[in-house]
Design a protein around this ligand. Structure first.
Ligand code: MSP
Length: 521
């Protein structure tokens, strides 16, 4: 039987700016889940990419004095490089200017047109270019966008409309049924109220085309109309896996519906209202879950490039390393909620959790293995376990279950805490068993071997569960233990079962995994 498909996506990012901590946050979180699901045996397909059309991008290109396509082509490598730097293992990267996407968008329009869900009309209202969103006169306040506070422009256009207003009841039914089934469509569930009251307030038909500029996918009917950028963008989730391409019908059927769309809370309405309605209109299934995480805040404010309060991912990676970067954002910010980030808390997490707890545990143990056993894993213990042995093994045995429960809720913090319970107990174990004392007398040498074996085994298991978040250092720990490629594991639970570290493996000391950082700013 072939492995279960696990399709997850991030938003596709606008190319008007380069990658920043906010866009990296979603991408890293999705990557940790993608890596974990590969380790639980799913056939993962992780998609990210770029939103290259629309007025905002056209304007950025104009300001730079180049064509929109040239602009996109110059920014795209910045994203590819940033995701490589952050260890992102996306299986595909879609750009909305690609042919495969344009073809899919046009096929979609034709399907909706044929099904009678589109009509021509006249639109008058306000448009916010930075948000690429329409607003009514009641929504805008003194010519300011109700979402970002920047200026809006009045537009008057003959447009094509999508009969979104017909989908209110079906959407409410979707949210309700899924919640009743215990698999909510909108997660965390606390975010569903906003969506529910918006839908209950009555949906208006949606203008889906623009005629005042040309940087978009042309409608297959309706000369001079290009697709409204949000509609264009949402469709990436299906065009990337072959929608509209008869040769990819099998792939599409296998991948769709997606398990997760990861999004920031700012774009929840597009994903939880417009997107499922579009899919329903086209007779397609809706995704399993839209997960909307919170904002990263610095000094209480949403961090964004326009506010100029953003550190770059590259500067932090340079200072802390990529694994510590990934760890910090997933451990210190509760996924799903807003969270404050600061250099101080990053240094603290780094020195406390990574340098002291995890890095130090590995260093001490690898050193002692060298010192007492000539760098070779001793034989596993055969006698009855002591209370300390039982406790250590208990944490290791509990870890797969606790980690899975947390990851099923996308609670990265709790998943990491479960790994840390084992790491901390291993540190306690070394302190209480004091191998340096056991090494002093001939009769305690068997116990010394038992202690080192058990502690190394705990490290082997801990590395497995650190791997989705900290892939590089976990692979390194397995290397130093003389084990195979940790990223080839496809049954993490079986791999974690106690006692698999082969006696006789050569252990190498290596440099500290997380050298302590001294200055605090
Ligand atoms: N192009 C649209 C998305 C289309 S998806 C079909 C878009 N792009 S964006 O470049 O503005 O990226 C928005 C996403 O970046 C947010 O939804 C969120 O995932 C991430 N973030 C941007 N700033 C953020 C924070 N300060 N904090 C956390 N995430 C943030 O919207």
């Amino acid at each position: 039987m072939s492995a279960e498909s696990f399709y997850l996506t991030t938003p596709i990012y606008y190319v008007n700016s380069v990658p920043h901590l906010g866009t990296a946050y979603t991408t890293v979180a999705a990557d940790a889940l993608a890596r974990y699901r590969r380790m639980t045996g799913s056939d993962v397909h992780y998609l990210t990419g770029l939103d290259e059309h629309g007025q905002k991008v056209a304007q950025a290109a104009e300001e730079a004095g180049v064509s929109p396509q040239e602009w996109c082509d110059s920014i795209a490598p910045r994203f590819v490089e940033a995701w490589e730097m952050l260890g992102i293992t996306n299986d595909d990267f879609i750009r909305t200017t690609e042919e495969r996407h344009k073809r899919g968008v046009q096929a979609f329009w034709q399907a909706l047109h044929d099904a009678g869900y589109l009509y021509q009309g006249h639109y008058e209202g306000w448009y916010c270019v930075p948000c690429e969103t329409y607003f009514t006169t009641e929504q805008v306040n003194a010519h300011e966008c109700p979402s970002c506070g920047r200026g809006v422009e009045f537009i008057r256009e003959d447009n094509w409309f999508f009969k979104l207003s017909e989908f209110g009841d079906r959407l409410l039914e979707l949210y309700e049924t899924r919640s009743a089934e215990g698999r909510p469509f909108i997660r965390p569930e606390t975010r569903s109220n906003e969506v529910l009251s918006f839908v209950k307030g009555g949906l208006k038909d949606l203008s889906i085309s623009r005629t005042t500029f040309t940087w978009g996918v042309p409608l297959p009917f309706g000369e001079g109309h290009v697709t409204y950028v949000w509609i264009d963008a949402l469709l990436n989730y299906i065009t990337a896996i072959g929608y509209g391409d008869p040769e990819k019908a099998e792939e599409f059927a296998r991948r769709w519906p997606a398990q997760y769309h990861f999004v920031g809370k700012d774009i929840i309405r597009f994903h939880c209202v417009i997107w499922p309605a579009m899919l329903m209109a086209a007779g397609l299934e809706v995704p399993e879950c839209v997960y909307a995480h919170g904002f990263l805040l610095t000094k209480g404010e949403k961090m964004s490039k326009s506010k100029g309060n953003a550190q770059t991912p590259a500067s932090l990676v340079e200072r802390f390393g990529v694994d510590a970067y990934r760890y910090y954002f997933l451990r210190d910010v509760r996924f799903g909620e807003d969270g404050s980030i600061s250099m101080e808390s990053m240094v603290q997490r780094y020195n406390g959790d990574l340098a002291n707890d995890w890095g130090n545990l590995c260093s001490r143990l690898f050193n002692m293995t060298e010192k007492y056993f000539e760098g070779v894993v001793p034989a596993p213990p055969t006698g009855a376990p002591t209370d300390a042995d039982t406790s250590l093994r208990g944490f290791a045995d509990a870890l797969p279950g606790a980690y899975e429960t947390a990851m099923a809720r996308l609670d990265y913090g709790t998943a990491l805490e479960a790994a840390w319970d084992l790491i901390k107990d291993a540190n306690r174990y070394i302190e209480s068993e004091a191998p340096w004392n056991l090494a002093k007398a001939e009769e305690t040498l068997p116990r010394l071997a038992a202690v080192i074996y058990n502690a190394l085994e705990a490290v082997r298991v801990a590395a497995l569960f650190c791997a989705p978040v900290m892939p590089g250092t976990s692979a390194e720990v397995w290397n130093r233990l003389g084990l195979g490629n940790i990223h080839a594991v496809t049954d993490i639970s079986a791999a974690a079962s106690w006692g698999q570290l082969p006696a006789g493996n050569a252990v190498s000391k290596g440099d500290p995994l997380f050298p302590r950082i001294y200055e605090e700013s």
